[in-house]
Design a protein around this ligand. Structure first.
Ligand SMILES: [Zn+2]
Length: 148
């Protein structure tokens, strides 16, 4: 059975990158979230295919959580959102991953998780160039973190 994140990991190990690649941490990789209606949205996933947070050792849970917080810090410094949402679902892709989603002051969907926002809206309207600029900015703010 194929796993979206394992496919990304294969690409990173083969080419040093994957679609939306931003950073490599000790226990995880970070990519730009699919759709940038919420500018700076990132997805962080474990380097190994693990399905449940609770099955990781306590030490690995803490390392992973530190990675999540580092990404949130970079998003916060880069884009100054009003707050950040954290989602660890795994209902569709059974590989531990976190959606780290900046939410802005003028968010018309304040009461909704992003999954309830129509997909067409969620994609946002950034050009390829603007997406690269978002990635560059996030990379810059993640530079001083514990990257591999
Ligand atoms: Zn996987």
């Amino acid at each position: 059975m194929s796993c979206y994140f394992c496919e990304q990991i294969k690409s990173i190990r083969k080419t040093g990158s994957c679609d939306g690649f931003i950073a490599e941490f000790k226990s995880s990789y970070v990519i730009l979230g699919h759709g940038q209606y919420f500018k700076g949205y990132c997805i962080l996933f474990t380097k190994d295919h693990k399905e449940q947070l609770g099955k990781l050792s306590e030490k690995n849970q803490k390392v992973l959580y530190a990675d999540v917080i580092t990404v949130a810090g970079a998003i916060d410094r880069a884009f100054k959102p009003a707050r950040i949402n954290y989602e660890n679902l795994g209902n569709i892709t059974h590989h531990i991953h976190w959606h780290i989603i900046p939410r802005y002051k003028n968010d018309p969907y304040k009461k909704l998780p992003i999954w309830q926002i129509p997909e067409g809206k969620r994609k946002g309207k950034l050009t390829k160039f603007q997406l690269e600029e978002v990635k560059k900015k996030l990379k810059r703010f993640m530079q001083h973190c514990t990257l591999v």
